[in-house]
Design a protein around this ligand. Structure first.
Ligand code: HEC
Length: 106
């Protein structure tokens, strides 16, 4: 539940989210940010964590480990495991339920 808030704050701008159209920022990324709903099915949680923590050189993918502890990053990776099952409505509902949870809670 914490992870959905953190995903929405930290990742959705570039990677978009279920039911959303790509943001102006996302449309300008080259290389583009992939759909994490698809990547989550192909990569192990360990790999997703490593990439999220360390970023990808020479691309727009930031190293979140520069500003976030491992404990802050893992909930987002846990959320990526359910992301492929969510449509726009389910995503919005989960965000409502998760209000106040996660380090980006608001
Ligand atoms: C400023 C834009 C931006 C933000 C914010 C961002 N990413 Fe990315 N991300 C990218 C781009 C661009 C790539 C593709 C890089 C490439 O082509 O190698 C990427 C790639 C990735 C990949 C590798 C996918 C694969 O298998 O190729 C993962 C995993 C990932 N991002 C996770 C995250 C997570 C989790 C967050 C939030 C905590 C996040 N990203 C936030 C831009 C962003």
């Amino acid at each position: 539940m914490a992870g959905v808030n953190d995903f929405n704050s930290m990742c959705a701008e570039c990677h978009t989210a279920p039911g959303r159209v790509p943001s102006p920022l996302a449309r300008g990324l080259n290389p583009p940010a992939p759909d994490l709903a698809e990547e989550a099915l192909e990569e192990s949680p360990e790999t997703l964590f490593w990439v999220t923590k360390n970023g990808i050189r020479m691309t727009g993918m930031p190293a979140w480990g520069a500003s976030h502890s491992d404990e802050d990053i893992w909930p987002v990776i846990a959320f990526l495991q359910v992301l492929p099952d969510l449509d726009g409505i389910a995503y919005q509902e989960l965000l409502e339920e998760a209000k106040g949870m996660g380090h980006h809670a608001h």
